[in-house]
Each structure stands twice: as structure tokens, then as C-alpha cells.
Design a protein around this ligand. Structure first.
Ligand code: MV4
Length: 448
């Protein structure tokens, strides 16, 4: 096992990774920007290195500085967390080429999944169901229209280099599709330096359901059930839960089986997430994330598997525990992502946290970088805390979340705690009858 790991991230996920390391007897190295001098992830780590100014491209995205910090501190492995360099194939290769271990999959898998056209081709070949569409790049408006006629409208034009909702255009007719093709391709070229686009049938009212996997170097694959992440605003997840209230055990088993076979065939390593859209009883792959995700704790709560610990173990060449390959899900877990934004306008609210009282008690977990007097920086992602509950049943997990959010005190800045209190109390959430459009519809109608 590694003696020392460098954590190439900040905020709650850096703390989460530090905790896993400490429990495994591993020394930690924090990196930080000038803005994060007093951050909790820095104070907690065994060592820390300031690697540059606040702007992420000068610090948390600065590969030479991060590698220098790893050399300087004699770290053996680097955990990238999520965001920043976590899905940068170049970074993963550099880490390995310089003789360190990248705690994540091989660079080739990061690269394939970063190109949505390649990713779809690749997983389709592995037996994973995808949405009917162009099956590859669409070169010109005529080709686009031909596909549109074949699969029927509405269709969606997506950028190969996009993902997470960036660079998508919906078209309801042939003429709209010609325009959508040209606009999407031009915008993709400008935004990503890659104008390639592809087309899928547009699913009108799906849910977002994703499967968590963990794989080792010995051919073992664990599927850790699903998370329902349908409650989103502008492609930012707001509440996630596991298991999904919308699928049956049979559907779960079948989907996990398909994913497990695909992972084994591709020789995947580490933690990964297969994202699907679910509509009318069918699952369709949309993207794969080759990192640990923000919402990983709800899976940890229902499976009892420490995902970050397993990421580190498999990176070091250890085997997954056979009894945890397809754990029975125990109870129900919900996560509310609290951001430093106004609960009604969503305007960012950086600044000084004058008072912080996190919820706790039975079935409540908080992953957060907050403390009283913490300064929320305008330079980084506004997520400041994740409130996670676990109950024997979904109703119990909801009751615990309602109680936990009542207890939560974050003063001095605006947060989305009030939004969460209202959202969790809606009939849509209580019944589990929601789709990817529910939250935005509620906000438009002024119901939250
Ligand atoms: C779709 C779709 C409907 N039909 N693809 C958005 C994020 C990106 N990962 C894929 N996305 C979508 N792809 C087809 N063929 C609707 C979305 C989508 C969405 C997906 C998941 C969660 C929230 C969403 C919000 C709007 C659109």
C-alpha cells in the first residue's frame, strides 16, 4: 500500500480523500492555492504545498506545479478527486510517466469517455444499450436530415467534445435540424476546438439513473446499484437518491449485469459511473464518468462500501473483496447539495461564513469544507456542503433529511438550504414521481 498520497483537489472531496487515506494509515499531501491558505483540507493534511494563485488554471489545474509538489514531498500516488484534472487523460499519463500512480482508470479509458462519439461506439460494442441515432459523427446538414427522417423527430444534436449538457440542441423539424446542426457544430468548434456532432432521438421526459462500478486489476467488477439524479437545474444535480424510486429489483439486476460484463470486457480500473436516461421501462446509455462523483456517499450509505478507500486499494493493485461484488442495497439514502447561492435567484454568494452548525444525529452524514469563519471563494465551485441521510426506508430517509435541513445553520452568506427544505417537501419528491425537467418546471412556476 502507498505510504503517501497527494490529493490534487480542494474542498469537501479533498477532505473526503484525506479521511480514507488516514483510515488506511496513509500520509497525505494537500495542494492549495493562495486563496485556500486557511482551508480545512490544508489544515487536515500531513503536509501541504501552495502551488499558485487563486485562479484554478494557475493552481488546481497547473500540472507542472502539481507534479513538482508530488516530487518534492515524495508522494507515491495522486488522487484527483472530481472536477479539475480528474478526467484529463493527459494528466493521468503524465502522472504515470513520471513514476507516480494515478488513482483512477487508465488514460485510454478517460480519453475514450471524454469523446462522446467514441464513448457511444465503444460501449455499444460492449453490449450497452444506447439511444437510436446517428451511430457516429454527422458530417453535414443533409446527413443530419437523413438521420432525422429515419429515427423521427424530435432529435437532439450533441457535441462529441461536450458532455454534462454542454453543446446540445433540440430540433423538432427538418428545417430546425439543419439550423441546429450548423449552430451546434459551430459552437462546439468555438467552445471545444472540435466541431464534431452526433444525433440522437430526443427523449422527452426521462429520468437520469446512473450505475456505480468499482473494478480491480484482477478482473473483478463490483456494481454498487444505481443513483437517481433526475433533480437537476442547468445540468447541476441538486438532490440525488439511491436506490431510484422508479425501478424494480429485476431492472436493477439486469442493468448491473450488462454494466458488469462491459467493465470486465474493457478491463476498466477503479471507480466509474455509467449514466443512463430511463424512459418507458428502457435504459439508454448517455455518458460514462471516469472519476469518483460528488454523489458517491449515497451509494456508500446503501452498500456499506467505502468507494474512496476501494479506489486507493485497487490503484495499489489490491483485490476487491469478493463478498462486495454485488452487495444487497440496505435501506435508502438521499443527498442534498448545498451551494453558496441565493435560494431564489441562484446568484453566487461568496463571502464570510459567520456561523456554522451542521446537522448530525442518527442516519445523518455531512461532507463539507465549512467551519465558522470560513471564506467562500468566488473562484471555485459554489458547492459547500452535502447533507446525506440514510434510513431503513425511503420515507425514513426523507424524514431524516427534513429534520437535518431544519437543524442546518449557515450564516453570513446565502445558501440553497431553503430551496432544499421546500423541494424535499413537494408531493413530487415524496411520491418519487419526478423527471429531469421537474425541478426547472417548479422553479419556472415559482413553486419553490
Ligand atoms: C438527452 C436528453 C434527451 N434525449 N439525450 C443532458 C446532459 C447530458 N449528459 C445528456 N443530457 C441529455 N441528453 C437525449 N437523446 C436530455 C438530456 C438532459 C438531461 C439529462 C440528464 C439530466 C438532466 C438533463 C436535463 C436536460 C436535458
Amino acid at each position: 500500500m502507498f505510504k503517501k498520497v497527494l490529493i490534487a483537489n480542494r474542498g469537501e472531496i479533498a477532505i473526503r480523500i484525506h479521511r480514507a487515506c488516514r483510515e488506511m494509515g496513509i500520509q497525505t499531501v494537500a495542494i492549495h492555492s493562495e486563496a485556500d491558505e486557511n482551508a480545512l483540507h490544508v489544515k487536515m493534511a500531513n503536509e501541504s504545498v501552495c502551488i499558485g494563485p487563486a485562479q484554478a488554471d494557475k493552481s488546481y489545474l497547473n500540472i507542472p506545479r502539481i507534479m513538482a509538489a508530488a516530487e518534492l514531498t515524495d508522494a507515491e500516488a495522486i488522487h484527483p478527486g472530481y472536477g479539475f484534472l480528474s478526467e484529463n487523460a493527459k494528466f493521468a499519463s503524465i502522472v504515470e510517466e513520471l513514476g507516480f500512480t494515478f488513482i483512477g482508470p487508465e488514460a485510454r479509458h478517460i480519453e475514450i469517455m471524454g469523446d462522446k462519439v467514441q464513448a457511444l461506439d465503444y460501449v455499444r460494442e460492449l453490449g450497452i444499450p444506447t439511444i437510436p441515432g446517428s451511430d457516429g459523427e454527422v458530417k453535414n446538414p443533409e446527413h443530419a436530415v437523413e438521420i432525422g427522417k429515419k429515427i423521427g423527430f424530435p432529435v437532439i444534436v450533441k457535441a462529441a467534445a461536450g458532455g454534462g449538457g454542454r453543446g446540445m440542441k433540440v430540433a423538432h423539424s427538418e428545417s430546425a435540424l439543419r439550423t441546429a446542426f450548423t449552430v451546434a457544430s459551430t459552437e462546439a468548434k468555438a467552445a471545444f476546438g472540435d466541431g464534431r456532432v452526433f444525433i440522437e432521438k430526443f427523449l422527452q421526459n426521462p429520468r437520469h439513473i446512473e450505475i456505480q462500478v468499482l473494478c480491480d486489476k484482477h478482473g473483478n467488477v463490483a456494481t454498487l446499484g444505481e443513483r437517481d439524479c433526475s433533480l437537476q437545474r442547468r445540468h447541476q444535480k441538486v438532490i440525488e437518491e439511491s436506490p431510484s424510486p422508479a425501478i424494480t429489483q429485476k431492472q436493477r439486476d439486469e442493468l448491473c449485469e450488462v454494466v458488469r460484463n462491459a467493465c470486465a470486457k474493457m478491463n476498466y480500473l477503479g471507480a466509474g459511473t455509467f449514466e443512463f436516461l430511463y424512459e418507458d421501462g428502457h435504459f439508454y446509455f448517455i455518458e460514462m464518468n471516469t472519476r469518483v462523483q460528488v454523489e458517491h456517499p449515497i451509494t456508500e450509505m446503501v452498500t456499506g462500501v467505502d468507494i474512496v478507500r476501494e479506489q486507493i486499494r485497487v490503484a495499489a493493485g489490491e483485490k476487491l473483496n469478493i463478498s462486495k461484488m454485488a452487495p444487497k442495497l440496505r435501506g435508502h439514502s438521499i443527498e442534498c447539495r448545498i451551494t453558496a447561492e441565493n435560494s431564489e435567484t441562484f446568484l453566487p454568494s461568496p463571502g464570510h461564513v459567520t456561523d456554522y452548525h451542521p446537522p448530525s444525529g442518527p442516519g445523518v452524514r455531512v461532507d463539507s469544507c465549512l467551519y465558522t469563519d470560513y471564506h467562500v471563494s468566488p473562484y471555485y465551485d459554489p458547492m459547500i456542503a452535502k447533507v446525506i441521510t440514510h434510513g431503513a426506508t425511503r420515507d425514513e430517509a426523507i424524514a431524516k433529511m427534513q429534520r437535518a435541513l431544519e437543524e442546518t445553520v449557515i450564516e453570513g452568506i446565502d445558501t440553497t438550504v431553503p430551496l432544499h427544505r421546500k423541494l424535499i417537501a413537494t408531493n413530487a419528491f415524496k411520491t418519487g414521481e419526478y423527471t429531469i425537467h421537474t425541478l426547472e418546471k417548479f422553479l419556472e412556476e415559482g413553486r419553490l
